[in-house]
Write a protein that binds this ligand. Structure first.
Ligand SMILES: [Zn+2]
Length: 126
């Protein structure tokens, strides 16, 4: 049964690609769904929220097409903070023009120097 109002971006859910037997990735094209060897264009599904296992079983039953799900490598989902090298969800990182920073590093960097325009962005007195 589909869950009503399931949460997207559930951090415990697994992000997956869908692959056909030839190892090509499911992607969206203007004329519908297709398979492509180009992983950068692959659709990414939430394994549980999108009921991937159930969908793949149904496709196999109805179309006789055996597809499989492959987890997306963590490094392709998360952004790496360029300062502390930890992984963060993309919405938790900030791009300062040169680097991706997590909230903590952004605060540290902001507190230790002035911005390019010369204005202090930290709460420290001038
Ligand atoms: Zn950091």
């Amino acid at each position: 049964m589909p869950r009503i109002g399931h949460r997207r971006n559930d951090p415990t859910d697994v992000k997956v690609f869908i692959l056909n037997p030839e190892g090509n990735y499911l992607t969206a094209a203007p004329d519908g769904l297709r398979f492509t060897p180009d992983r950068s264009r692959a659709l990414i599904f939430d394994f549980r929220a999108d009921q991937v296992a159930e969908q793949l079983r149904e496709i196999q039953t109805v179309h006789g097409l055996v597809l499989r799900a492959e987890p997306v490598p963590l490094a392709e989902i998360y952004e790496t903070c360029d300062r502390c090298k930890e992984l963060f969800m993309p919405f938790m990182t900030f791009f300062d023009g040169k680097r991706f920073l997590c909230a903590d590093c952004r605060r540290l960097v902001a507190g230790s120097r002035e911005t390019k325009t010369g204005r202090k962005i930290s709460g420290k007195p001038c």
